[in-house]
Write a protein that binds this ligand. Structure first.
Ligand code: NOJ
Length: 753
């Protein structure tokens, strides 16, 4: 009887789940059906100029306002980028809705890259939190603040895989790994867009820069990229695919030339992969003037040709340049292209405008100032800055410092540099709203215990006239905390560097302070991995805090004095020197892999007289700090991993277990990482690939068992002939707290058909 009741209950529950799933599905398709009908009827009413108008995105800074209003009135503009403030946006929208013939609303786009008025850490830092939930929350807050100000659409997340720290835009990326990058992509898209795009506090997201932009040769921005298809599919595309699966509303085409065809005119990536293989049904916007730049690439003869190639490739909206506005009509009238190409682009754009609810709800009133920087926003910004910071070194557990320390000297050009700590791409962040480390540490331990001397005016400064003040400050203190790194303008778009050392006279400043003999703690604030080997040994501890945003100061203060425990892990490998770049953990093995035993100039052995291996003569081949690395104030011990079976057939699952114990004296959070290696493939495979991770909080002495479940999709890749499958054979599986062999424990297993 009992069993029967249980069966009924289980059946009933299943039925409810089934009905609610199908109802939900039907509801979704019903609303989509209505949208598609609305698009059909609207399209019928539109003349060709109005259709082409929907494809235009303009920047008001380049246009006289009266001319702009007139263009909107005539239905010649579909979107506005960087449209002043909420009042101005409302004014433009009123003209579009009330004065244009068909009343189609504008969509307002803006670069809300890592926050709006509340600025979160740069995306590269955020990815070091390995905390997608928190990253999602930050994106939600950014969406709330920006949408309150009348913005509908953010040009974020940036999903370019970045293996080259010379590239200034590495700051905007989630680092070097496709799996971590995909998790961050999903988190950000879900955070911005929420459950329903038509929620007034959601932003339409934009997966950019599609695709390959991060592989710019020499790390020089906008430079050519050459990416073989397997590498494109296995490394560069996954975060975009994840964003499309998370229903990202828009995609931005990249500036770069990809294998000879610029990304903005690339039918293979835009039509074949994005539309046909992934069934993306949002719209594609070009990057800023990237359509007219097809001429510079040598891919289009003139703007007419550029318009032709971009529309054929599948770019729906043109950002800022006017090739579409100036040439599409003639191209259609002369029969060079079919009007259906334009209709298709208009449909894609209108679909997002309808989904975003702009027809029902086109206006946003000027917000109260209290919607920005709310206490909960600042709290999240601080927490994310804490979790993004990576402890690289902590000799003799010098950190955390005691709050009872008598006097600390805060030295360095970034201790009190509010603009710099906000980082690149913060058009709406205000330096006066940022809390610097100097302010936060004074608040935490009391003004009288803090002596401050910048030492250098800026990170780039070479004038040493302030060194003496800094040295005097150091002499009076029990410990020196130095804030060095890179100022804001040294990273970001078009801000690549050939040398990655600490700029200006910062190394000399560190040496001068170190000579005082006072214990030295270094905080590095930067937009990229820097090379700081010359001063590394002078510091007892190094915290890599990146550009941490509005609340960088309080986050750093809490970390220094033990109110928070570091848990960040690098999302990108740190090179020892520029000559190693690119250095990344998921490289291939080569036929003559390097080894630590063979460093230096090979003198050989009797068996191998020359040591022909893939080493440098003059430097270790490994990175300064590996992907996944980051210390805590406490310590964690890993058990060997255990596998549920050593042979698994493709339709089976593999359970991997590992137990982690907090062996130190602080409660802390560990990021448990799982890597695999496919030992033999139809194409050569990386020596390691991240496949899962988990953040776990452990009290001192506490242990937890982590269970990872792997299925064949975790072993699948695009192999020979571009087939996507898990290939049977031998695999290594490891777990640990960095990608470095010495931090991992592994086991072998076999995958069978
Ligand atoms: C150019 C940048 O590449 C892109 O990321 C940004 O969204 C647009 N400009 C708009 O500002």
């Amino acid at each position: 009887m009992k069993n029967r009741i249980f069966l009924y209950l289980a059946f009933g529950a299943l039925l409810v789940v089934f009905i609610s799933c199908t109802t939900k599905k039907n509801e979704i398709s019903a609303s989509e059906k209505i949208i598609s009908e609305k698009i059909d009827s609207l399209l019928q009413l539109m003349n060709l100029e109005e259709k082409i108008g929907q494809l235009a995105q303009v920047n008001p800074e380049y246009n006289n306002t009266e001319i702009l209003l007139e263009m909107i009135r005539k239905g010649k503009i579909g979107s506005v980028i960087n449209a002043g403030d909420a009042d101005f946006r409302k004014r433009l929208q009123q003209v579009a809705v009330k004065e244009s013939r068909l009343g189609i609303p504008l969509i307002f786009g803006r670069d809300v890259i890592h926050g709006y008025r509340t600025v979160f850490p740069i995306p590269l830092a955020q990815s070091c939190s390995w905390n997608p939930e928190l990253v999602k929350k930050a994106a939600q807050i950014a969406a709330f603040e920006a949408s309150s100000d009348g913005i509908h659409w953010t040009f974020s997340p940036m999903l370019d895989i970045a293996r080259d720290p010379r590239w200034g835009r590495i700051a905007e990326s989630n680092g070097e790994d496709p799996y971590l990058g995909s998790q961050m992509a999903i988190a950000m898209v879900n955070g911005y867009q929420g459950d329903k795009l038509n929620n007034p506090h959601a932003l339409a997201a934009c997966a950019k820069h599609y695709v390959g932009y991060g592989a710019a040769e020499g790390g020089r921005d906008y430079n050519t990229t050459l990416i073989p298809e397997p590498e494109l599919r296995n490394i560069y595309l996954p975060p975009f695919k994840a964003a499309v699966e998370a229903k990202v509303a828009t995609v931005m085409s990249a500036f770069n030339d990809l294998n000879g065809i610029p990304a903005t005119a690339n039918e293979f990536t835009l039509r074949q992969i994005l539309r046909t293989e992934w069934a993306f049904d949002g719209f594609v916007v070009s990057d800023w003037t990237s359509i007219s730049e097809l001429i510079n690439h040598g891919y289009a003869a003139d703007e007419r040709d550029a318009a032709l190639k971009a529309i054929q490739a599948g770019i729906d909206m043109e950002m800022v340049s006017t090739c579409y506005q100036d040439h599409l009509k003639e191209l259609i009238q002369n029969g060079v292209i079919n009007e259906n190409l334009v209709n298709e682009a208009v449909r894609n754009i209108l679909r997002i405008k309808f989904r975003k609810g702009l027809f029902d709800n086109p206006y946003t009133e000027k917000p109260d100032s209290n919607v920005f920087l709310m206490p909960a926003h600042l709290e999240t910004a601080k927490e994310l800055a804490i979790q993004s910071t990576v402890l690289l070194k902590n000799d003799n557990n010098i950190l955390p410092l005691s709050e009872n320390i008598n006097k600390v000297a805060l030295i360095g050009p970034l201790a009190d540099a509010p603009l710099d700590q906000l980082g690149m791409w913060t058009p709406d962040g205000r330096p006066e709203e940022a809390v610097t480390p100097l302010t936060a540490i004074r608040q935490l331990i009391g003004n009288q215990r803090v002596i401050y001397a910048a030492g250098l005016e800026k990170s780039r400064s070479t004038d040493k006239s302030r060194f003496n003040n800094a040295i005097m400050a150091a002499r009076q203190a029990d410990a020196c905390i130095m804030f060095i790194g890179e100022e804001q303008i040294l990273s970001g778009e078009a801000h690549s560097r050939a040398f990655l050392n600490l700029p200006g006279a910062q190394e000399e400043l560190v040496s001068a302070i170190a000579q005082t003999g006072k214990p030295l703690i270094i905080i590095i604030m930067a937009g990229r991995p820097l090379i700081f080997d010359k001063i590394e040994n002078k510091a007892k501890a190094i915290l890599y805090a990146w550009h941490g945003g509005t609340m960088a100061g309080p986050a750093i203060a809490d970390l220094l004095f033990g109110k928070a425990i570091p848990s960040g892990k690098l999302s990108v490998s740190f090179p020892r020197t520029e000559g190693q770049i690119p250095v990344y953990y998921n490289h291939r093995n080569t036929g003559r892999p390097p080894s630590k035993e063979n460093l230096g100039i090979p003198t050989g052995t009797p068996l191998d007289p020359v040591n022909y291996s893939s080493n440098y003569l003059d430097l270790d081949f490994t990175p300064a700090y590996p992907f996944g690395y980051g210390l805590s104030y406490t310590s964690f011990e890993y058990s060997p991993i255990s596998l549920s079976k050593d042979t698994m057939s493709k339709n089976d699952t593999l359970i991997v277990k590992v137990t982690i114990r907090n062996t130190g004296k602080y409660a802390g959070t560990e990021v448990v990482q799982l890597y695999i290696r496919d030992l033999v493939g139809s194409i050569t495979r990386p020596v390691k690939e991240l496949k899962a991770f988990r953040r776990i909080a452990l009290e001192p002495g506490q242990s937890k068992e982590i269970v990872f479940t792997l299925t064949q999709s975790d072993f699948a890749f695009y192999g020979k002939n571009m087939t996507y499958s898990a290939e049977p054979g031998q695999f290594m599986i490891w777990s640990g707290n960095s990608s470095d062999d010495k931090d991992l424990s592994g086991a072998i297993f076999y995958l069978t058909e």
